[in-house]
Design a protein around this ligand. Structure first.
Ligand SMILES: [Zn+2]
Length: 443
């Protein structure tokens, strides 16, 4: 594969802004990003690096654009694509009314393939280059998704949902079957190209203790695979778990005693955890995925980033599509800011961008390979159009510093900013600028 270089403004993290402050990020106003063999070969000031650039390497000019690492979406559900934006329900009714009927179609491989393709394209269009995704209960649903992700060289962690109670018959597996199906998927897909497997019990209320035990067994038998689930999204759900598992000290303990909490465990929401549970998650190395658009959409509640971090719990961002209302991590940062505002704890723009890039990679235990643009990392990155909308162009002229620029981008930005998405050093998606004729649609 021939090398490529891109000239433009470049921004990425090398550490956590909460821990390192200004030493955590790199911003190069006139930079050069040099790619070789799908990885970042070198990055630096244009005027310095251009002297060492091999003359055979073409330079693409992206001045007046911002090059950033690809976004990391640590929690979403691909079978829910067709029911995103479903009106009027809270979590448990929303599952009954909208989610379960839709997910029951994914036993059909043709259907799963068509939604998978659309879903993978939507990730790229929104600048998401790594995602951690729930399939449906059907093994074929995950097969189909892995095939489409592999085609696009996306980094994808996914798993077949395990659920053997409190769901309609058409969506219920049983513990031994869920073990066998998960195991077959792990053996077929885990570690193939950029694909990895996550053992995926939907959440405690839809699994028997026996199924959770078998999920834990898989994690034990296949070191390096992931675990993804939900925890403490609503108070009603927490009360239900208390009733279903009366001898567990709390919700997190249900997962812990079945061996489901560890460094590669990602638990969505965590709004109604108590201090003991936060400590338990932190001690295990597990991370919480904050999904603000979903939490607001379902009226679930406000997740406190400060409280989670007080116990040292890792945090990533997730869109939680289809309860989440956008695939865009920019929109997700925007809503995360508003959630923290309601808690009186304004989210720093650097922190928000960290969570969507390197912070997500840390939570996924993938920071050695993605999340940043340091030399040697897999070259997943975005070219952002700083003039994507007239308001954005105008507002950016009035920014005093980088912090303000980043904040404006996350508050005014969405998928329209993503001009190009590069995956493993190749252009994977580009906005069709011929469509972009100055907003002359819908009179
Ligand atoms: Zn979810």
């Amino acid at each position: 594969m021939a090398g490529t270089a891109l000239r433009g403004s470049i921004f990425y993290f090398i550490g956590s802004p909460v821990e390192l402050g200004e030493a955590s990020w790199v911003y190069i106003e006139d930079g050069l990003l040099w790619l070789e063999q799908g990885r970042v070969h070198a990055v630096g000031e244009y005027r310095d690096l251009i002297k060492t650039l091999d003359s055979s390497v073409p330079v693409r000019d992206y001045r007046h654009h911002l090059i950033v690492p690809g976004f990391i979406d640590a929690h979403l559900h691909y079978p829910q694509l067709e029911m995103i934006a479903a009106w009027g329900a809270r979590l448990l009714d929303w599952l009954e009314t909208y989610t379960f009927p839709v997910e029951s179609q994914f036993g059909d491989p043709g259907y799963a393939a068509s939604i998978s393709a659309r879903f993978a394209d939507e990730l790229l269009r929104n600048g998401t280059t790594t995602a951690m995704v729930f399939g449906s209960v059907h093994r074929q649903s995950v097969e189909a998704l892995f095939i489409e992700a592999q085609r696009r060289s996306l980094r994808l962690i996914a798993g077949k949902v395990m659920m053997d109670r409190n769901v309609p018959d058409s969506l219920r597996d049983d513990a031994p079957q869920s073990y066998r199906d998960s195991r077959a998927l792990i053996e077929r897909w885990h570690g193939v190209d950029r694909l990895q497997y996550a053992v995926t019990p939907r959440f405690a209320p839809t699994s028997t203790a026996q199924q959770l035990e078998m999920a834990g067994q898989l994690l034990h038998e296949f070191p390096g695979i992931y675990m993804q689930t939900h925890i403490a999204e609503t108070e009603k759900e927490v009360a239900w778990v208390r009733k279903l598992f009366p001898d567990a000290a709390n919700y997190a303990a249900v997962y812990q005693r079945h061996g489901l909490l560890g460094r590669r465990s990602l638990l969505a929401h965590g709004i109604y955890l108590d201090d003991e549970e936060r400590g338990m998650l932190a001690a295990s190395g597990a991370s919480i995925v904050h999904c603000p658009t979903s939490n607001l959409f379902l009226g679930s509640g406000l997740f406190s980033l400060r409280q989670a971090r007080a116990y040292g719990t890792g945090v990533a961002l997730g869109t939680d599509v289809g309860a989440g209302t956008s695939f865009s991590l920019l929109t997700t940062m925007n809503e995360a800011y508003k959630v923290q505002q309601l808690l009186g704890e304004p989210l720093d723009p650097f922190d928000a961008w960290y969570l969507a890039t390197l912070g997500g990679a840390v939570a996924l235990d993938l920071d050695a390979v993605i999340g940043s643009l340091q030399a040697g990392k897999e070259a997943d990155f975005l070219v952002l159009d700083l003039e994507a909308t007239e308001l954005l162009r105008f507002r950016l002229q009035h920014c005093r510093d980088l912090s303000e620029m980043l904040f404006v981008l996350m508050m005014l930005g969405d998928d329209r900013l993503v001009q190009e998405t590069w995956v493993l050093g190749s252009l994977a998606w580009a906005r069709d600028d011929s469509m972009d004729s100055g907003g002359q649609a819908d009179g």
